[in-house]
Design a binder for this molecule. Structure first.
Ligand SMILES: NC(=O)C1=CN([C@@H]2O[C@H](COP(=O)(O)OP(=O)(O)OC[C@H]3O[C@@H](n4cnc5c(N)ncnc54)[C@H](O)[C@@H]3O)[C@@H](O)[C@H]2O)C=CC1
Ligand SMILES: C[N+](C)(C)CC(=O)CC(=O)[O-]
Length: 483
């Protein structure tokens, strides 16, 4: 069989942001070629990648594609040849970006789009002197690039609609949420907002009103939590109470003209102020290495984004959409695969392995998937029929650790009348059955909350599935009681 050919991304500049881009593409199945003259680039990217491997897959309840191949190059031409996407992430200096973009375009495939990670330059500035200005856009990510879905995509007058859409499709395919900025401006949308908050923070330290830690507390215990799920305007709509946004503006709008904010001025970043900020930051966080801080940040982000995934709000909706686009797993031993996932860090406990509670979560997801396969899907449930779990028995056979990949197969033991008797096997990458979960569900009428016969399509599908599973050997753990 011919080997599948992966897509290839070229990462030009592999620092904080280039490393994050490399991880996002690799973990979404792309090959990645990096060009960076820093002799430490390979080590740094591998460390970022290790953090990405423990966090990005943990956002999903399905496996990401098989990881692509990572290569490092000291020749720009080799790095960009055959690339379908090129991402420039060199330092924020316009002259350097012009030089690098010219070198890229001298060697890149002629139809290849180049995204620039620039935090502040407009695309028309980046395109100055370019031989193909229409192939350069701003694709501004957020740190950590492998976890945060937002990507500000900024076209210029030289960018046509089809190129822009094709670029957004590529970015969506690796789980990003393109926000197309309709009018190019310095620092796009998000950095305009971030700069305003940062400027105020600097003034508060300068005027000795607050330390770096106190400013961070003011954000993380309060409005930072609100912003992650509703942003600025939706939050303020609620703050206007039943009278809404107009009332809110009427009450707090005038304060914008009172001396609440420093607004446009920037404090002089003298050596003394810089040293004060650096010392306060060391006092606040110097007990942890940057990589440890990154892991803490990533674990918290995964937890918050998994909560958003449940409601589908904001970043959670992007993860759900990306998850739905991931390929379906193939059957194993004639059984449907009803789960295929990496075990997140947050599922492990003080014994250093997957906590017992999450086996039931895996079972619940596998039963849900099985229900979908026999037609008891979201539409069916909306029409008033569903299954309730009434009994579950778990056998823990081998330890499962954070980062392990498991697949779940489901054998139909009985699917007749109101009863749905399932047997799930959790299979690890060595092919061993790490756990079995036997579970009984009953069909219920959601209006009366009483058991009822399933609808025609579900009953027919179950009967067909039962025929296919009838000759399979009965599992050893079936009907097991404790003792
Ligand atoms: N750090 C951040 O929070 C964010 C930065 N950005 C943008 O990303 C870009 C890169 O920023 P960072 O990654 O933070 O900087 P960085 O300093 O961490 O990384 C820059 C990398 O570029 C490499 N480099 C320098 N000259 C080069 C050349 N001639 N060819 C190839 N590589 C070269 C350096 O060796 C370094 O590894 C900037 O445009 C920045 O505005 C965007 C979003 C967030
Ligand atoms: C500070 N910064 C301007 C480089 C920040 C960004 O561009 C985005 C981010 O990740 O905060």
């Amino acid at each position: 069989m011919a080997e599948a050919i992966n897509k290839k991304a070229a990462i030009i500049g592999g620092g904080v942001i280039g490393g994050g881009w490399a991880a996002r593409f690799l973990l979404n199945g792309w090959d990645v070629a990096v060009f960076d003259p820093d002799p430490q680039a390979e080590r740094k990217i591998n460390e970022v990648l290790a953090n990405a491997r423990r966090s990005l897959p943990a956002l999903y309840d399905r496996s990401l594609p098989e990881e692509g191949k990572l290569t490092f190059h000291d020749d720009m031409a080799k790095a960009v040849s055959d690339a379908q996407w090129i991402q420039e992430s060199v330092p924020e200096q316009l002259a350097l970006k012009h030089k690098i973009l010219a070198q890229i375009q001298a060697h890149a495939p002629s139809d290849c789009l180049i995204g620039s990670s620039t935090s502040g330059f407009k695309p028309s500035e980046l395109q100055q002197g370019s031989i193909k200005p229409e192939k350069i856009i701003v694709a501004h990510p957020f740190n950590p690039v492998y976890l945060l879905p937002l990507i500000e995509v900024v076209p210029s007058a030289a960018t046509d609609a089809a190129t822009l859409e094709a670029g957004c499709d590529v970015l969506r395919s690796v789980g990003l949420k393109p926000l197309v900025v309709r009018k190019e401006i310095d620092a796009h949308i998000a950095d305009r907002l971030l700069e305003a908050v940062w400027r105020e923070g600097l003034w508060l330290v300068h005027d000795e009103v607050a330390t770096t830690e106190e400013i961070d507390d003011a954000i993380r215990y309060g409005f930072g939590l609100r912003w992650a799920q509703m942003g600025l305007f939706e939050t303020y709509r609620i703050a206007g109470g039943e009278a809404g946004m107009e009332h809110f503006i009427g009450q707090f709008g005038p304060a914008l003209k009172w001396p609440w904010t420093k607004l446009m001025d920037v404090p002089e970043l003298t050596p003394e102020l810089t040293a004060r900020i650096a010392q306060q930051s060391d006092d606040q966080s110097g007990h942890m290495s940057i990589r440890d801080l990154e892991r803490l940040r990533d674990d918290n982000l995964v937890g918050m984004m998994r909560a958003l995934k449940k409601s589908g709000s904001g970043a959670g909706g992007t993860i759900n959409d990306h998850e739905a686009s991931l390929p379906e797993p193939m059957p194993i031993n004639d059984l449907p695969v009803t789960g295929d996932r990496q075990i997140p860090q947050s599922w492990t406990d003080y014994n250093g392995h997957m906590n017992e509670a999450h086996y039931v979560e895996v079972s619940s997801q596998a039963s849900d998937r099985f229900m979908e396969l026999v037609g008891a899907d979201a539409n069916y449930i909306a029409s008033g029929g569903s299954y309730f779990t009434v009994e579950t028995h778990v056998c823990y056979l081998h330890e499962i650790s954070a980062g392990d990949h498991i697949r779940v197969t489901t054998q139909l033991i009985k699917g007749e009348g109101k009863k749905l008797h399932l047997f799930h096997r959790l299979i690890n990458d060595e092919g061993a059955v790490a756990a079995t979960i036997e579970t009984m569900l009953l069909h219920v009428d959601l209006k009366t909350r009483r058991t009822s016969e399933p609808g025609g399509v579900v009953a027919t599908n179950l009967a067909e599935m039962a025929k296919r599973h009838a000759d399979l050997p009965k599992p050893d753990q079936l009907g097991r009681a404790i003792g």
